[in-house]
Design a binder for this molecule. Sequence first.
Ligand SMILES: NC(=O)c1ccc[n+]([C@@H]2O[C@H](COP(=O)([O-])OP(=O)(O)OC[C@H]3O[C@@H](n4cnc5c(N)ncnc54)[C@H](OP(=O)(O)O)[C@@H]3O)[C@@H](O)[C@H]2O)c1
Length: 343
Amino acid sequence: MISVGLIGGSGYTGRKLIQYCNLHPEISNLKVYGNTTVSKTILEIFPELQNEVSDSEILPVDKLSFDHDVYFIAVPHGEALKYVPELIEKGKKVIDLGGDFRLTNNKVYERWYKINHTAPQLLSNNVYGLADLPTTDYTNAQLIANPGCYPTAALLSLVPFVKNYTDEIISVNVAAYSGTSGAGKTPKSHLLMSEMDGNVAAYNLGAHRHEPEIMQELAKNGFNSLFAFATHLLPIAVGIYSTSFIHTKNKIDKEKIEKAYKEFYANSNFIRLRTSPPQLNWVVNTNYCDIHLSVRDNQVIIISAIDNLIKGASGQAVQNLNKMFGWNEGLGVKQGEKYESVF
Ligand SMILES: NC(=O)c1ccc[n+]([C@@H]2O[C@H](COP(=O)([O-])OP(=O)(O)OC[C@H]3O[C@@H](n4cnc5c(N)ncnc54)[C@H](OP(=O)(O)O)[C@@H]3O)[C@@H](O)[C@H]2O)c1
């Protein structure tokens, strides 16, 4: 049994982590740390979780206890840099849901996040925790960088193709769509219902921080072709829908591509290969990533759908915890699916 410290438990991803930690049979103790919510209780912030989770006070993060075995960090980017170095030095295991440890080059981080990276020495030994890839290596993992929500959706759908057909690829273009919870709980005027209801809007074109993350991970699998990434907001709270358009030098048989995907994901419990394009409704409130492929001439279209707060954040984080400890990857997460959330 382990004790868990959750830094940033009052946000959207923190809420899911509280649910999963309460359901997890190997977690005996959970303490939640916060910033502006300190001294409120979990159930004051999330009354809908009554009878589902144990209540306790949110503790001040500046009085963080180092008694826990594992720390989930679910705070805005830049903030994890304040806590992770000391936790690592004290031998603790850390799973960071933010972007501070995902990019392996601190200069690339600084360019895209406009923040000075104060712990570049930790960037080479961490694990990029794309939990459903059979190639993710958890040997001696101490710091896991939980992938971003868009990168999770895009990479799970693209990595098997890139691995098998790198030399065939002319270009990959990704159009991805997210619900508004992807931006967190802090109020922002452009996310008000009166702005987003009935609306769709592209944003951060050419400037989204998830673009270098996707390119970094595709490059690890041999990708060095043209790439473009466009992000859009949908008038919904939860979900990410990612459509990748790939142009290839030659036509590749659909059956061959599908076979490659089936083999690659043969032991991945949370990947579902679909014969028709998935709908967000199929994955919201689950830890699944649904993937569908279509091929015509030299054009391959690959679609994936996930819940950004679960597969794109907290579900994957708990999956990473389980893999770190060698437990069944569904512990805590799978049981969570019977719960209907407010999202
Ligand atoms: N939302 C998503 O779909 C998603 C998906 C993947 C990854 N992520 C990443 O996960 C992290 C959390 O996202 P979220 O959507 O849960 O955010 P959120 O709803 O805005 O919650 C932010 C949390 O961070 C805490 N916090 C804010 N400033 C802090 C500080 N200076 N020191 C300590 N804690 C601080 C807040 O505590 P108080 O309420 O007590 O102030 C709150 O618990 C972010 O890095 C985000 O990029 C989010």
